[in-house]
Design a protein. Structure first.
Lengths: 281, 250
């Protein structure tokens, strides 16, 4: 028993010596931190389902790129940003309920994307990767892009923290202080679209919203102060990525879903904390 | 503050039409009128939250632009408490952080810059409204009365010239409402605030305010309370069949 555990651990240590595992680990941590950071605002502004819709729409962007013979990675980010802005405009202007409109956009873009992909033979097999992602296939260029985007996210939140807090807490109060709420909302949505777009390759269309929603929801149980909440949410995102990668390596499980399961475990632990505290006192 | 011929549209109808008035430093002016008279619309247009169709607004001598912009040094002289300060109670924010939002002017800055001054002023402001003990509390734990006190410390954490209140004591019981006004007028004396407040409480208006604006989409009357709240003027503002209610706890 001890022997087999030692062998297994040695195998995992060996595995983490490989360059593609380094990249996967760093990519997971970067994505987890970005998701946790922006997710902390996204869930309070009730944009959880919006991020899910955005994930599905990105698949449509990739499909269009493939059909028109363009590099999907090049098409992906502008498509995600434009799509996010159009959907957010529609949310403001139409009288439809938010979840109904998002559901229409979400399901129709998924349907359209799958139909488009069905015309392109060599991508039929790749659909699985698009839906569930392949964190092990992250390239050095993707890491650079993710790192730059994380820095942009940190600078945006850090330098405008006061503004973001006011907009999140009470839009009217923010406007009375001279803040252009629509501009702030648009900037946030553009960043969220970029994060979702850049993370799709690693995490996949179906699981990307978990990176935005679960760490922030867990942090909300633990943090008393807003500043702590943002930091804890980002840390949970990063720790989940490391834990998920270890889980995936130990039990030979798919990486993206393993990270999400780790996030869920941390979420349950965070959710039970207030009850444990009450029991303790 | 000077307001000249202000008209504000809500979708297709004029919610506020050709309203003109001025507000002197250190005075307390109430806006009264029936529900749907455009009181909140007027206040929001004065703050640049709602766009105006026509008219001019000058605050502390500076024009409010068509896009609702004011120079930031003027903006920071104004504090606003919206009608029913409703927020998602699950937002993890402490009393200290909320009052700190009143201290920092919005803009780009490193979060730790000025932290010491913020800490000091937030403590002072909370102590002034007898809420120092609430400093570390999440705002979700506050009672209605405590919340109003904390919001007043949000207003006074930095020196202001003008306080705009839209039915600020809404949601409080009679006792808490009375305490709120007592504190508000103590602070007004100390800070020298000019106050523009929307109110339904005509008894409070008679007792405390220097001027009254009777609004029912257009300005039906204005002047000192004894004149503006005369029965004839109230009928002009509220209509024959809509008697405004009175509180008798002052």
């Amino acid at each position: 028993m001890v022997m087999s555990l030692t062998v297994e651990l040695a195998r995992v240590v060996d595995l983490f010596q490989l360059p593609f595992m380094h990249r996967a680990l760093i990519g997971g941590v970067l994505t987890g931190m970005m998701g946790g950071l922006l997710g902390s605002f996204a869930i309070l502004r009730q944009l959880s389902f919006f991020s899910d819709t955005l994930g599905h729409s990105v698949l449509l962007g990739i499909s269009l790129g493939i059909v028109f013979g363009l590099n999907p990675t090049v098409v992906l980010l502008p498509f995600a940003v434009v799509f996010a802005l159009v959907v957010s405009y529609l949310l403001e202007k139409t009288k439809l309920w938010t979840d109904a409109l998002l559901n229409i956009v979400y399901s129709s873009s998924l349907a359209l994307a799958i139909i488009l992909l069905s015309f392109v033979g060599q991508y039929k097999g790749g659909l699985n990767n698009l839906l569930f992602g392949d964190i092990l296939a992250i390239r050095p260029g993707d890491l650079v892009f993710s790192a730059v985007l994380l820095v942009v996210c940190v600078l945006f939140v850090g330098l405008t923290l006061n503004t973001q807090m006011l907009v999140t807490l009470h839009e009217e109060l923010a406007m009375a202080r001279g803040i252009s709420v629509s501009t702030q909302r648009m900037l946030f949505i553009v960043l969220l679209a970029l994060v979702v777009g850049i993370s799709i390759k690693a995490i996949g269309v179906l699981l990307i919203s978990a990176f935005v929603v679960i760490p922030a929801s867990a942090a909300q149980f633990i943090a008393g102060k807003f500043s702590h909440y943002i930091i804890i949410s980002s840390l949970i995102g990063a720790v989940s990525a490391v834990g998920g990668m270890l889980l995936s390596a130990l039990f030979d499980l798919p990486s993206g879903p393993s990270i999400v399961l780790t996030q869920l475990t941390l979420f349950f632990m965070a959710a039970s904390l207030p009850y444990l505290r009450r029991l303790a006192f | 503050m000077t307001v000249d011929n202000l008209t504000v549209y809500r979708e297709t109808y004029a919610a506020v039409q050709e309203v003109s008035f001025s507000l002197d430093a250190g005075t307390d002016t109430a806006i009264v009128g029936p529900n749907g008279a455009g009181k909140s619309t007027l206040v929001q247009a004065l703050l640049g939250i709602l766009p105006r169709k026509t008219g001019d607004v000058f605050i502390l001598g500076q024009p409010l632009s068509r896009q609702g912009k004011l120079p930031s040094q003027v903006r920071e002289q104004i504090a606003y408490l919206p009608q029913n300060f409703l927020f998602d109670r699950r937002i993890p924010i402490t009393v200290e952080e909320l009052v700190g939002l009143g201290w920092d002017a919005p803009g780009i800055r490193l979060p730790w810059v000025g932290a010491r001054a913020r800490f000091h002023h937030v403590r002072q402001a909370l102590a002034r409204v007898d809420a120092a003990h609430l400093r570390s509390q999440p705002i979700s734990n506050l009672s209605g009365g405590e919340m109003k006190r904390v919001l007043l410390s949000y207003c006074l954490v930095r020196p202001r010239s003008l306080l705009i209140l839209d039915e600020a004591p809404a949601g409080l019981d009679i006792q808490s409402e009375s305490e709120f006004y007592q504190l508000l007028y103590q602070l007004k004396q100390e800070q020298g605030w000019a106050i523009l407040q929307v109110s339904h409480d005509l008894e409070m208006v008679r007792r405390h305010c220097d001027r009254v604006l009777c609004l029912n989409r257009t300005l039906r009357c204005q002047g000192v309370p004894e004149v503006a709240l005369s029965p004839e003027n109230l009928v002009a503002a509220y209509g024959n069949d809509r008697t405004p209610y009175h509180h008798s706890h002052y």
